[in-house]
Design a protein around this ligand. Structure first.
Ligand code: GTP
Ligand code: MG
Length: 148
């Protein structure tokens, strides 16, 4: 089954949105397989967002993402990478559709609530960046039958 890395950013942790966001993915039918509240170090932030190094917003992005605890998660489910990106909405919350996480809860691009991997390659890379193999659970739920 496909896995993705989702991370509730410092703004949403501060705004008490962890439960709201986790609930959306639970209700969708996706399965939580790893999670931790943690503070990202500067080197980890730079690795995570390496593709944006050199862009004008890079330094602000690194200081924002390291500014307080984040809630890092691994979720799994059929086609979860594409589906979760849809549920998250566009990068700029003002362009994100109502009904998406960013559309419903965010206002500005530099505090846009949540991160989600954008491809299978970035999901693999990001999961390994934040979690060890032992931290990722592999378990069955009876409800899986009703979701496939
Ligand atoms: P992530 O899930 O966080 O990776 O967001 P994304 O995939 O929707 O966007 P992208 O990877 O292109 O950019 C990463 C992050 O950099 C975004 O979530 C924004 O917080 C920030 N960012 C991207 N573009 C801009 C920009 O033009 N200005 C500012 N200030 N921040 C930006
Ligand atoms: Mg991205």
């Amino acid at each position: 089954v496909e896995k993705t890395f989702l991370m509730i950013k410092p703004d949403a942790v501060q705004r008490n949105l962890i439960g709201e966001i986790v609930t959306r993915f639970e209700r969708k039918g996706f399965k939580l397989v790893a999670a931790k509240l943690m503070t990202i170090s500067e080197p980890l932030a730079k690795q995570h967002y390496a593709e944006h190094e050199g862009k004008p917003f890079f330094n602000n992005l690194v200081s924002f993402i390291t500014s307080g605890p984040v809630f890092a998660m691994v979720w799994q489910g059929e086609n979860i990478i594409e589906s979760s990106r849809k549920m998250i909405g566009k990068t700029n919350p003002q362009e994100a559709e109502a009904g998406t996480i960013r559309g419903d809860h965010g206002i500005v691009t530099h505090r846009n609530i949540i991160h989600g991997s954008d491809s299978t390659e970035s999901a693999d890379r990001e999961i390994n960046l934040y979690f060890s193999k032992e931290e990722i659970q592999n378990y069955e739920k009876n409800v899986d039958y009703w979701l496939s």
